[in-house]
Structures are given as C-alpha cells and as structure tokens.
Design a protein around this ligand. Sequence first.
Ligand code: FRU
Ligand code: FRU
Ligand code: FRU
Ligand code: FRU
Length: 492
Amino acid sequence: PAGLQPGPEPTVHTQEAYAPEDDFTAKWTRADAKQLKRLSDPDAPSRENSMPASLTMPEVPQDFPDMSNGEVWVWDTWPLTDEDGNQYSVNGQEVIFSLVADRSLGFDERHHYAKIGYFFRPAGIAADERPENGGWTYGGLVFDEGVTGKIFEDQSFSHQTQWSGSARIFKGGQIKLFFTDVAFYRNPDGSNIKPYDPRIALSVGTVHANKNGVKFTGFDKVTDLLKADGTFYQTGEQNEFFNFRDPFTFEDPANPGETYMVFEGNSAMPRESAKCTEEDLGYREGDPYAETVDQVNASGATYQIGNIGLAKAKNKELTEWEFLPPILSANCVTDQTERPQFVFENGKAYLFTISHRGTFASGIDGPEGVYGFVGDGIRSDFQPLNGGSGLALGNPTNLNFAGGQPFAPDYNQHPGHFQAYSHYVMPGGLVQSFIDTIGTHDDFVRGGTLAPTVKIDLDGVNSAVDYSYGDGGLGGWADIPANLDVNSGGKV
Ligand code: FRU
Ligand code: FRU
Ligand code: FRU
Ligand code: FRU
C-alpha cells in the first residue's frame, strides 16, 4: 500500500446526536473529501487501481449473465423492507423492485423512460445453488400506463418517468411503494421548456404470492408527498439541474413509532449565486493545505451542492409528510448524494449514499461508489468512514487519470471504473449494485443487469471489503436474499 499521501487533515466530527427536528446539518467537507486523493497511490500505472483494496469492489468480469433474460435494462433495485431494513420474502417468494427500460433504447437514454418493474424468485436457496443469473423471473411493470402521470398539474410533459425509491411491507401483504414521480418538459433537442418536476410519491398495493409466482393488486393511484421547497431543498426555479429524489423510509431507534424518510436533495441556493462557507471547507486551523473560501467559490465548485434530506411522517398512513432540515450537506464537494439509506448497527447510525466520480466538485476526486457516515443518531455530526474520506465501496479506479464516460471510458482507466453503481447496503453488510460499463476504452460492454453481490464489514468508523465472501469477494449475481419471511416469524 502506498500509505497516506500529503494533503489536508480531515475535519473533526464529534458524531454527537441532535434531535431529528433540530436545525443542525452535518457537513461532508472538502477537507474530508480530500482524503480520497490522499488514499490514492500516485504511482499506480495506467489501467490499474490506485485506491486501497479494502475499499474497492472486486473486479467484475465482462461476461456477466443477464437477470432479465434479455427482456429489459435493469438498474437501481430495492427489496421489500420493514421499518428496520429487514428484507422479506412473501409466502416463500423473494420480491425486488427495479428501474427498468426497454432494451431498444440505448442504456444512457434510460433515465427519461424509466419505469418500476419487479422480479421474484423462490426464497431460501443458497446463491451457489441458483441459476447463474440469480434465478429471477421478471414479473413486468408495477403501474399501468398513465397512472403515475396523473399527479402533475401541468400535463404537457414530454417524458413521464418513475425513478428510485423503496418499498415497505405491512400486515396482510400491503406494500407502500415510495418512489420518485418525474415529469420532464423538454424540447426535441433535449433542452428544457421548463425545469423537470420530480415529486416524492407513494402508491399502495397488495402482494399476492404463492409457489407459482407473484402478482400485485392496487398500485392504481399515486399520492404526491413532497415537492422541493426552496428553503431546505433546491427547486427547479433555483437550478434547472437540481436533484430531488430517492425516498427511503425507516424508524429511528431513538424515536420508536415515528417514521422518517431520507432522500437526495441539493442545498437550496440559486445556481448562479451559490456560495460555500468556511464550514463547508472544514479545514483545521493552520492547515498548510487549506484552501480559502474565495478560491473555492471562484473555482466552479459551487455548482456541486448535494444534500441528504430528512422528512417526518405526520400520520400513520404515511400519506402526509413534513420536511426537516437536511441531515448532511456536501456543498462544494459533490452534486449527487443519491439513494441515501440508514443502517443501524451497534448503537450507531450509518448513513450511506451513492455518488459519481463525475459529480464531485472542482478540486475533489473520488471513485464511483457508496459513501458512508457514522453518528450517534439520525441527525448527528456525522463522521465520514475510513479516515474521513467517506468511501465505503468504490469501483476499481485510477485517480491519476481522467474517468471518461460510461459510453467512452478514458484510455488509461481501469476496466472497472464504471463497473457498478447504485450500491444498496443490505442486512449483514451485503451490497447489491447494477452493472454500468465493464472494460477499457478499446473493449467495453454496457451492463443493464445486477452485479455480483459483495460484502463489507463495518467496524466503528472503518469498513472493509470481505474478500473471503463468495469467489474472491464476489458473491452471486443479482443476489438479494430475504432475511425474514412475512408468514414465518417476521415482524409484519
Ligand atoms: C439521474 C440523472 C440526473 C439527470 C438525468 C439525466 O441519474 O443523472 O441527474 O437529470 O439522469 O440523464
Ligand atoms: C441512481 C439514479 C437515481 C435515480 C435514478 C434515475 O442510479 O440516478 O438517483 O432515481 O438513477 O434513473
Ligand atoms: C465545470 C463546471 C461544473 C458545472 C458546469 C457548469 O466544467 O463548472 O462544475 O457543473 O461546469 O456549466
Ligand atoms: C451542471 C451539472 C451538475 C452536475 C453535473 C453532472 O452542469 O448538471 O448539476 O453535478 O453537471 O455532470
């Protein structure tokens, strides 16, 4: 290992908890995020990983099996969960929801045509005894045509899509599907007629499962829950490229009986006048590597102001919600803190979020992957895992070279630079994700199916990839195992 490279010291974070309603937002600072580069080996040659193996997803082979047997592109995927993140099978069937798109589209066109589909497979079979592709059956789309478009006052949308969320299972097989309902208003050239309109939404259905398969009833109505407010969460008027999506609901162990939601947002500043502060930079007094606020604000870094939002349910039906201040901001660090989720372990709250290499701010660099933060509660002065870097599991990446794009990897990049994305941390430290692009500039294939599941071990403020899991750290393809069954001792 190359050891820690010269650079600034990370910000001091106490992990101290605040009440969920308090006005305290933890900062993922530039000083923290600069640790990513400090972990990178400056001598790693072309096409080799420069990041520590303990934080790197093992390399995924290019000849991956397709879980949908050629039916659809598959990316962001989530299981049926309870308030504690347990994963359920129903009457012996495991059920997952995925964003899917027609395979006649290019893989990069998927975002504007995304719909929520589902898969099922028999529960309780070890990964190595299943068919290689995970053994899922594609069940089709969750919503009938037209259902999710109805909530928009302005029906003149050019594209109406369903983006990520999470699914909660309740007694009697009731499912509350939280998702992002999105309307785009675009010209044929792709420019905006007006900003897109993402809403955090809920639809309720019922799952029917037996040994022959899984079907749903319901899901014929959508309730609009939250629209970005411009106070805590940036709106389309403030920035047409704003991010507001990916609801994940849970119960806070410190507040039993209450339901909360985390989601992706941006800090509510207008795009052109956004400014970062001394606290956003987070350098320690006298750090010789510190940047000044003026330098950072002049660098273009102010275009990247991601945050992680918190909302609280106002009724038991979970149909009414109120915004609370963000729990984390990444001002001048990264623009996308996608698919946030909580994992509660050993009395600590672990907050995970996925981010892209290409959405880091000017002067910050790090791999595509999942980043983690630990604190004493759901609103805490979160400490980024692993030396303050926050990196929990990144793709094999060489930070000495540019990244390129998933459709055009940089010549010098490791073939795994874009191998997986949208990592979701499951019970037992298992992590699932989807395949984006595998290979080098001159020989790459696009994905559109789930990657092998891997495992990370959490240990206080540190984590490490478990290379003893599966085959050199790679478990089954598309392996999303339930840890409870609805009708055999599960909580619901
Ligand atoms: C989501 C996203 C959004 C962007 C859209 C464009 O994955 O990257 O940030 O608006 O896709 O394709
Ligand atoms: C992550 C993501 C989510 C979003 C979806 C859109 O891969 O960007 O944030 O909901 O994909 O396709
Ligand atoms: C750098 C940049 C980005 C920003 C975009 C704005 O090229 O400043 O940080 O997203 O350009 O157009
Ligand atoms: C600005 C922008 C940012 C985002 C980046 C993604 O042009 O949309 O909001 O971080 O580009 O490439």
